[in-house]
Design a protein around this ligand. Structure first.
Ligand code: NAD
Length: 333
């Protein structure tokens, strides 16, 4: 709900963790792509970077200078008595739970947390409930939910334009929690609730506690979503392929492109129906973080619903934790 700021003043922002997603990925790029919180907040124009926190003095100093942040601090304790309209939580996942607790106790209007929400499902559950109980808005950066191309496809699917889902396949690398959660969240957003059914292979391409899992899930109608693993030590990949009764929709290039192919009569063989060639089009992923902070700004001033929340992120985290449990069962058999 609207807090102290008015429509004419810029919202004050605290950035916690001054690494790549906070601003590093954009440090040397003044292009149209918006890869980071700092660039999104700066480009939007409705925010003021009031303070940043990072234990690494060099990191936070460089970040402060690059993005024109007013003040920098070594830890959250130093700003515990201050008020901010927004806090962006961009530290490593193992610090999220404790810092979400600290931010909840502070006078902070809303929190924009990096994924994964926390490093432990029990902590994610506890914190989502605590934020809800306090009425504190919590957004989570599953950024594809802010991509207009994703919202457009979700509306088409919900309206029945593609018919029922026959099957789906998601291809990813670099951990079920780190990146698989993006895939599960995107599938949730487009296909609705998923139920994990099994894990068939464990690929140790990332952190020991966050392998890339192959397996399958079911939608509410019983259609399967197969998870397929690449290997991030070779290359990064993120794709989602959806096969419907009326066609096929594929997100490729990490979701930067979408290809729609409708079912058409076969020009070569009478009586058959096939998929048209279709063409790949750019999505809005390249500026989804700008859409995200725009959504947060309007949420603060006018109560616009947040597209990606603690609740939606928790649903993805729950699925990833269940798949990880199945993988552990496989390894101990
Ligand atoms: N949404 C996305 O697509 C996306 C992409 C990349 C990273 N991420 C997420 O962003 C988060 C950060 O990832 P990154 O790639 O920027 O990592 P990074 O290592 O580049 O940056 C993390 C920063 O946090 C600082 N830090 C460490 N401990 C801290 C603490 N206790 N308090 C404050 N800062 C602390 C580090 O010094 C470092 O500067 C992770 O949760 C990661 O999963 C999300």
């Amino acid at each position: 709900m609207p807090m102290s700021s008015t429509a004419t003043s810029k919202l004050s922002v605290l950035i916690v963790g001054c690494g790549q997603i906070a601003g590093g990925y954009d440090a040397d790029h003044d292009d149209a792509l918006v890869r980071t919180h700092a660039k999104a907040l700066t480009r939007h124009g409705g925010f003021r970077l009031a303070a940043c926190v990072d234990p690494d003095a060099e990191r936070r100093g460089g970040f402060r200078r690059r993005w024109g942040v007013a003040e920098d601090f070594a830890g959250l304790d130093a700003v515990a008595e201050r008020r901010f309209d927004l806090a962006c939580l961009c530290s490593p996942p193992e610090f999220h739970a404790a810092q979400l607790d600290t931010l909840l106790a502070m006078d902070v209007g809303m929190v924009f947390c990096e994924k994964p929400l926390t490093a432990a499902i029990a902590e994610s559950r506890r914190l989502v409930a605590a934020y809800a109980a306090k009425g504190r808005p919590l957004a989570v950066n599953y950024l594809r939910r802010w991509d207009p191309a994703v919202a457009e496809l979700a509306a088409e699917i919900a309206a029945g334009h593609w018919g029922g889902l026959l099957s789906a396949e998601g291809l990813y690398t670099k951990g079920i929690f780190a990146n698989g959660s993006h895939l599960i969240d995107l599938a949730h957003c487009l296909l609705g609730p998923l139920a994990p059914r099994g894990v068939t292979r464990v690929v140790a391409d990332y952190l020991p506690h966050d392998p890339t899992l192959e397996g399958w899930l079911h939608t509410a109608t019983g259609a399967p979503l197969y998870l397929r693993a690449g290997d991030c030590r070779r290359f990064t990949v993120f794709e989602l392929d959806l096969l419907f009764e009326a066609g096929r929709v594929s997100f490729t290039e990490s979701g930067f492109t979408i290809r729609r192919r409708r079912v058409v009569p076969d020009a070569r063989f009478d009586g058959y129906r096939v998929l048209e060639a279709g063409e790949s089009r750019p999505t809005g992923l390249g500026t989804a973080m700008l859409d995200a902070v725009g959504n947060l700004h309007r949420h603060h001033l006018a109560g616009e619903p947040l597209a990606s929340t603690g609740v939606t992120a928790l649903a993805a985290h729950d699925i990833c934790a269940a798949l990880m449990g199945m993988a552990d069962d496989r390894r101990t058999q």
